[in-house]
Design a protein around this ligand. Structure first.
Ligand code: PLP
Length: 366
């Protein structure tokens, strides 16, 4: 047998495959037919946008046709939504796809990216695939951004700097003022990618929010997804907003039909589903109050602007296991956050059950 594995690119040896939260299917296998409370992947507890479901059903008979490779309808709808132009929009098979496309567009072996830590693991993954180096910059002890440290981490080799606000897994935000300061302190040829996957859950008025004029700068991009608030994680649609010149280059590495037909149709419908959006936001703001009550029991809850919160529980892995035995799924195992679990906001009832179970578990029950 000839051994082709000896000829695999060297940088792949260091890559750890992504560890997703346990899937619905795995859980069913492990826990049988018990009701599972799935609070481990920041999915929308209300389910998909009903308007998206309806549009998808109508589209199914056309599945034999290739999708629009340019995702024109999505780009137009997104452009209208943000008050920008369609040339400033690139649509991807989830934001994960776009992070990889950005990496392929900019990174050569030996280049560097700067990422906050802890944050979303896909930024580092995109760099590793391209044999670029990742420079993680710790957040401050209260999990807000250390702008000074981020600016100092940028070198002449830095091509991309990622920001995530609200940040996953901490739920903390970057302020507009901090963003401006950071941009003023780094070279203009560093591409600053701001991941706003959870921005439509956030309420802090001082946080960085997209303004159409931001895209006039050639070196910033804003990443959004349909996976969270819109409830379409299984469909895979995300988009990048940036200067049209940058977008043109990223198109060169994109697969010709990277976003499927029902995903495009579903995304456009979800964007217009104002009722589903409002209900999802209201549920999340209520959940913030529900989980804040854990503080009365001596547990640290990191104030969150997203649809999840970090709770300090002592031994995160043990609490994870104990909750799992109660068919409640949360997330643990973030490096440096061994004493925390991340809990996605569920329905009111799911949150009550989770809070009660968590208090039982940390009080010493198994
Ligand atoms: C969930 C999430 C995304 C969305 O990824 P998709 O590939 O669009 O599902 C992007 N960024 C962060 C920080 C996330 O937590």
């Amino acid at each position: 047998m000839s051994d082709v594995t000896s000829r695999v690119r060297g940088n792949l040896a260091a890559i750890q495959p992504y560890q997703p939260g346990l899937s619905d299917e795995t859980l069913r296998r492990e826990l049988g037919n018990r009701r599972i409370i799935k609070l481990n992947s920041n999915e929308n507890a209300l389910g998909p946008s009903p308007l998206a479901l309806e549009a998808i059903r109508r589209e199914l008979p056309r599945l034999h046709l290739y999708p629009d490779g340019a995702s024109d309808l999505v780009r137009e709808a997104v452009a209208r939504h943000h008050g920008i132009s369609p040339e400033q929009v690139l649509v991807g098979n989830g934001s994960d796809d776009i992070i990889k496309l950005i990496s392929e567009t900019f990174l050569e072996p030996g280049d560097e990216i700067v990422v906050p830590n802890p944050s979303f693991s896909q930024y580092g993954f995109g760099a590793q695939v391209m044999d670029a180096r990742v420079r993680p910059v710790p957040l401050k002890p209260d999990f807000t951004y250390d702008v000074d440290a981020m600016a100092m981490a940028v070198t002449t080799r830095t091509k991309i700097l990622y920001l995530c606000t609200p940040n996953n897994p901490t739920g903390t935000v970057l302020k507009r003022r901090e963003f401006e300061e950071l941009l003023s302190r780094i070279p203009e040829d560093v591409f600053v990618v701001v991941d706003m996957a959870y921005d439509n859950y956030a309420v802090d008025e001082e946080r960085l929010q997209l303004r159409p004029e931001d895209l006039r700068r050639g070196n910033v991009g804003f990443l959004f997804t349909f996976s969270k608030l819109y409830g379409l994680a299984g469909l895979r649609v995300g988009y990048l907003l940036a200067n049209a010149d940058v977008i043109q280059y990223i198109h060169r590495v994109r697969e010709p039909f990277n976003v499927n037909r029902i995903a495009q149709i579903g995304a456009v419908a979800a964007l217009s589903d104002v009722d589903h959006v409002r209900r999802s936001q209201a549920l999340a703001s209520e959940a913030r109050f529900q989980y804040a009550r854990l503080a009365e029991h001596g547990l640290r809850v990191v104030p969150s602007e997203a649809n999840f919160c970090l709770v300090e529980v002592g031994d995160g892995a043990a609490v994870f296991q104990a909750l799992m035995r109660r068919a409640i799924l949360v997330r643990t195992g973030f490096r440096g956050l061994e004493s925390y679990v991340r809990i996605t906001f569920g329905t009111q009832e799911e949150n009550e059950l989770c809070i009660a179970a968590l208090l039982e578990v940390v009080a010493g029950a198994n």
